[in-house]
Design a protein around this ligand. Structure first.
Ligand code: ADP
Ligand code: MG
Length: 685
């Protein structure tokens, strides 16, 4: 028997060199090896009659060695073994290159199982270097499901496979089962031993599915427990305790009734702020779901408690918009709203800073300037950041450092499937606004191709005639002769084109390569209605509000992800005007059409993000964005959502019952979580 934490080189056949090769794969101990799951499987379960085998595809055949294998010397250093194999349906010529030992191993009359590709050579079937096993010997590569591992140059499949086999046999019954037994039974999960055996060497696909389900559950459950304990620790951090207030007083002054989802988010955040510990909450809501109101309510609560709120926006324009909105919303309560942005004059900034230091504002709205070094706050009680992906964690903490553990509310309009949000924002509690204010009009969406161009231009002209504005989004900034991108629209070229098509309209262009100041100027002009058509790159994705814009055209729509398309579409339909979104793409690919048709069908950001995740998988879904989750070994966050939900529910129940996992029966689980933290210090921070 070998101890699970013993080095892999205690396995027969693994010496120092191979151990080093394993180390490169992150495999050090026997336990690591057993947890090194196959990347995929090859289905070699079905045997095929030789004559019926499809040409050029991997197949298993069961045959007799029909003549004595003979050795043929082609030239120096090149030897072949050849023989013929037959079954009832036909025959196949077998050739091995430089594998002389085949000649001694197989003899005429042997019954063999072969796996390989059959080719046709002048009408004769042939196979080169097929995997071979005698039918009466234990078999591992034919007639089975073959595990395929990720490997490196120093290791081959066979070495890994054999090592895992020996490892499984050598570890006997030591494999720890850190799922509590009752939980395991309740969820009909197999035992650890069965799972490890069958994830590597499944006799059939059913066994594989059973094994995989257990391991996926385990992985997600451990992760959920880990995040749960982390959250529990954080919430114990004491913070500014605010007094409760009846929010009805705030709601009464609004021009509309808040939606149920808005109230829920406000209640959840208010409970944090009045609970005696530091709030760290994410509010996720689709574009237009009314997140600003949530923030305003909390600013009000903060002021009721004699504290100041800071509201941070990612761009000047958004800061201006929030400043205007909040000023309006909070004026009825006699609250003062101040502003601090980079574009203010030195004198304005100086005055704003002095007012902030003197506690002259109840709410300060601004950009990054809010946390520059020379800004000092008195009684900073709440920090709100909008569109959180634009702010790094470090920037957030710089602002947090400005107060005595102020409460933090992060607002994001990037819908992430609910189940995933809980995982990804491990350090944040999450409120979800999954309801739009009543009477919101659907943005009618159509996917069209180039043949629609003339009508599209007619549509722009018609809307402009009614005083409406149009956004056009292109996938790149400028034309580049060299680029092999099949003629993607560039914002600059397209803007020129539109300017000549519409000499009577005002066309502007904005993109990420412009200086922030110039960019802001173009955007601001569009917001003021001084331009009719704004051609842009993805820079306009973030929540700028132009209620008068009624048409969003997205060129080369196939280049954008679903969530991105949805974000872009959210730029229109924000006012009282009926709005449209036109997705232009000549791409006829099936998956592209599927994606675009989802956009035509639904306006629900959460539904779209679920689809996006399903279609693209979590890796692409999050792109290079650091999503703060450790790498998954078996679980697929996109596909295993049902298991994910169950695992989360179970983790929650377990932690409610034993928050520190202090009970002896949870010791193995606690140890597993500690290992997870130790191995993933980066992603958890
Ligand atoms: P978000 O930031 O979530 O995209 P906003 O906070 O900008 O959305 O709100 C979008 C629009 O909806 C604003 O014009 C706002 O005044 C309005 N609004 C917010 N909540 C409600 C509500 N409960 N009923 C009606 N209109 C609302
Ligand atoms: Mg917003």
């Amino acid at each position: 028997m070998i101890e699970l934490n013993a080095s892999v080189n205690s396995i027969r056949g693994i010496g120092e060199k191979k151990a080093q090769a394993f180390a490169k794969l992150g495999v050090f101990s026997l336990y690591d090896l057993l947890s090194y799951f196959p990347a995929r499987y090859e289905d070699r379960t079905k045997f095929c009659p030789i004559a019926a085998a499809p040409i050029g595809e991997g197949v298993c055949v069961r045959a007799l060695v029909a003549d004595t294998p003979r050795l043929i010397r082609v030239r120096r250093g090149m030897e072949l073994v050849k023989f013929r194999a037959v079954d009832e349906s036909g025959s196949v010529d077998i050739t091995y290159f430089n594998q002389n030992y085949v000649k001694d191993y197989l003899a005429r009359g042997d019954s063999v199982c072969l796996y390989g590709k059959i080719e046709l050579n002048g009408g004769r079937r042939s196979m080169t270097n097929p995997a071979y096993e005698k039918e009466d010997k234990p078999r591992g590569v034919t007639g089975c499901i073959l595990p395929i591992y990720r490997m490196n140059a120093a290791l081959n499949q066979r070495t890994i496979r054999d090592a895992v086999r020996l490892g499984l046999d050598a570890c006997a019954d030591q494999l720890p089962d850190f799922l509590p037994e009752a939980l395991r039974e309740r969820n009909r999960l197999c035992q650890a031993r069965y799972a490890y055996e069958n994830i590597h060497f499944p006799p059939d696909f059913e066994a594989l599915a059973i094994a995989r389900r257990r391991l996926v559950f385990e992985e997600l459950f451990v992760l959920a427990c880990a995040l749960g304990t982390m959250r529990a620790e954080r919430t114990r951090e004491s913070g500014l305790r605010m007094e409760k207030r009846d929010l009805a007083a705030f709601y009464a002054a609004l021009p509309f009734t808040p939606t149920g989802a808005q109230c829920r988010a406000i209640d959840e955040a208010a409970a944090d702020m009045t609970g005696g510990y530091v709030m760290n909450r994410l509010v996720q809501g689709d574009v237009g779901s009314g997140k600003t109101l949530v923030a305003a309510a909390l600013c009000w609560l903060c002021r009721e408690n004699g504290c100041v709120s800071a509201f941070m926006a990612p761009t000047e324009i958004l800061a201006e918009q929030h400043f205007a909105t909040l000023s309006g919303m909070l004026a009825p309560f006699g609250m003062t709203v101040g502003k601090l942005t980079g574009s203010m004059s030195a004198k304005e900034k100086r005055e704003a800073k002095a007012a902030i230091a003197a506690g002259g504002y109840d709410v300060v709205v601004g950009t990054h300037a809010l946390f520059s070094e020379d800004v000092a706050y008195t009684r900073l009680g709440l920090i709100v950041t909008d569109e959180q992906h634009r702010f790094g964690v470090r920037q957030r903490s710089a602002l947090i450092g400005k107060g005595e553990k102020p409460h933090v509310l992060v607002m994001s309009a990037t819908p992430i499937p609910r189940t995933l949000a809980l995982m990804i924002y491990g350090d944040l509690d999450v409120s979800i606004i999954d309801e739009l204010p009543p009477g919101r009009q659907k943005v009618d969406t159509f996917a069209v191709d180039e043949s629609y161009r003339a009508r599209l231009n007619g549509f722009i002209r018609k809307l402009a005639g009614e005083g409406r504005q149009t956004f056009v989004v292109c996938p790149k900034v400028e034309d580049d002769e060299e680029a092999e991108d099949g003629g993607l629209k560039s914002a600059e070229e397209h803007a020129k084109e539109l300017a000549s098509v519409f000499p009577e309209l005002r066309v502007a262009c904005v993109h990420g390569r412009m200086k922030p100041k110039d960019k802001d100027a173009v955007m601001a002009a569009f917001v003021r209605g001084e331009t009719d058509i704004l051609v842009a790159t993805i820079v306009i994705e973030v929540g700028v509000d132009v209620p008068n814009a009624a048409l969003m055209i997205i060129e080369n729509a196939e280049r954008f992800g679903l969530s991105q398309l949805h974000q872009l579409r959210g730029r229109v339909g924000r006012g009282r005007h009926k709005s449209w979104c036109i997705l232009v793409s000549d791409n006829t690919g099936e998956d592209v059409r599927a994606r675009l048709s989802i956009m035509e069908k639904t306006n629900d950001g959460f539904a779209i993000s679920e689809e996006d995740l399903r279609l693209r998988g979590p890796g692409d879904f999050f792109g290079s964005r650091q999503h703060g989750l450790p790498e998954m070994h078996v679980a697929d966050l996109g596909a295993d959502t049902q298991v994910l939900k169950t695992a989360q529910t179970e983790a929650k129940a377990l932690l409610a019952d034993d928050p520190q996992l202090a009970r002896p029966e949870h010791a193995a689980l606690r140890a597993r979580i500690e290992t997870l933290f130790r191995n993933n210090t980066d992603s958890f921070n």
